[in-house]
Design a protein around this ligand. Structure first.
Ligand code: NAD
Ligand code: IPM
Ligand code: MN
Length: 357
């Protein structure tokens, strides 16, 4: 079979720990299905600041651009938190998304039945929850002009939020298309009662909606959506929203699944190329202790197989293996009821790899 090139960014904190488990899954897939992956590890984030003086070195970007897909752990940590903007790991993350044209971030939140007791919500509220947050990833307040100035009340800080029609239209169309392949429901989330960017967003959604007559559309204000996600999570199918709202709502959606350690993501542009990473961060509070849940990163590999390589069977095998291992009662600490029985990061990765068939 054709060799697929994967740029691997382990990053900081628990990043290297969870990425190591995802790489076991790549290896196991080669053994089982005869596929072949060529992985290249590159420096990025805090570790790249330390070793190269910048969070996103030129050669890292070059390797990512020439790869078929990127697998990323997480970046950031207290060590770099008071650095100037250019020397922050998070700035590298925004840079790589922009440079690679990854405007669409898919964050599926699926409830594994046996994990209903791991969530802080009542099991009957969670019943049947299966939603996808489609987050705009290269625009909005993350990328608008930012500056400081002197004002009457002392120093002022300004973050600007900008969206143009083109940016909104491409993400909204993608969300409609995803909804057509799912339960055909789309919730467009904005703050159109206050924000001009949200009013533009809503106009675009309403203009393209007639082209997707089979999709039932609702507009939901973001504050109400945050509440409805906890009240009636199973009623959502696809949620499309701007960059910052998507960031916040997807962490909230993660908790429906029991842990942020369960939520995978795919960042896509126009073609099949994609960057795959867990939704969680570098978790400095548990880094280096083998406590991290590797499932979000492992499920991100399943998304890579399905969305970039078209390896649907291998993607199914990963998801089935995860379900099987969880069904058998295996847990990392974040999803365990009895923490004394919890598995380490690598024990969980080994079990999932072994369960693949
Ligand atoms: P976080 O997601 O790293 O951690 C939040 C909480 O969830 C912590 O208690 C952590 O222990 C727990 N957690 C996260 N992932 C887990 C896993 N796989 N298994 C078990 N528990 C897990 O968010 P934070 O603490 O707000 O941010 C820490 C750093 O990570 C910051 O520097 C932030 O900027 C960065 N960050 C990076 C990314 C990314 O690389 N994509 C995403 C989010 C945050
Ligand atoms: C995420 C993270 C990033 C974001 C940060 C670390 C820049 O929270 O991927 O969700 O806000 O996009
Ligand atoms: Mn986030």
């Amino acid at each position: 079979a054709e060799v697929k090139k994967i740029a691997v960014i382990a990053g900081d904190g628990i990043g290297p720990e969870v990425v190591a488990e995802a790489e076991k899954i790549l290896k196991r897939t080669e053994e089982l299905y005869g596929y072949s992956f060529e992985t290249e590890h590159v420096l990025f984030g805090g570790i790249a600041i330390d070793e190269k003086g910048t969070p996103l070195p030129e050669d890292t970007l070059k390797v990512c651009k020439s790869a078929d897909a990127v697998l990323l752990g997480a970046v950031g940590g207290p060590k770099w938190d008071s650095n100037p903007k250019e020397l922050r790991p998070e700035t590298g993350l925004l840079g790589i998304r922009k440079e690679l044209g990854l405007f669409s971030n898919l964050r599926p939140a699926v409830i594994f039945d046996c994990l209903k007791d791991a969530s802080t919500l009542k099991p009957e509220v969670l019943e049947g929850t299966d939603l996808m947050v489609v987050r705009e990833l290269t625009g909005g307040i993350y990328f608008g002009e930012k500056f400081r100035r002197e004002g009457e009340g002392g120093q002022e800080a300004v973050d600007t939020c900008v969206y143009n029609v083109q940016e909104v239209e491409r993400i909204v169309r993608q969300a409609f298309e995803i909804a057509q392949k799912r339960r055909k429901k789309l919730a467009s989330v904005d703050k159109a009662n206050v924000l001009e960017t949200s009013r533009l967003w809503r106009e675009v959604v309403n203009r393209v909606a007639p082209e997707y007559p089979d999709v039932e559309l609702e507009h939901v204000l973001v504050d109400n959506c945050a509440m409805q996600l906890l009240r009636r999570p199973s009623s959502f199918d696809v949620i499309v929203t701007e960059n910052m709202f998507g960031d916040i709502l997807s962490d909230e959606a993660a908790m429906l699944t029991g842990s942020i350690g369960m939520l995978a993501s795919a960042s896509l542009g126009e073609g099949s190329f994609g960057l795959y990473e867990p939704v969680h961060g570098s978790a400095p509070d548990i880094a280096g202790q083998g406590l991290a849940n590797p499932i979000a990163t492992i499920l991100s590999v399943a998304l890579m197989f399905r969305l970039t390589f078209g390896y649907d069977k291998a993607a199914d095998a990963i998801e089935k293996a995860v379900a099987e291992v969880l069904d058998a009662g295996h847990r990392t600490a974040d999803i365990a009821v009895d923490k004394s029985q919890a598995l380490s990061t690598s024990e969980m990765g080994d079990l999932i790899a072994a369960a693949m068939k």
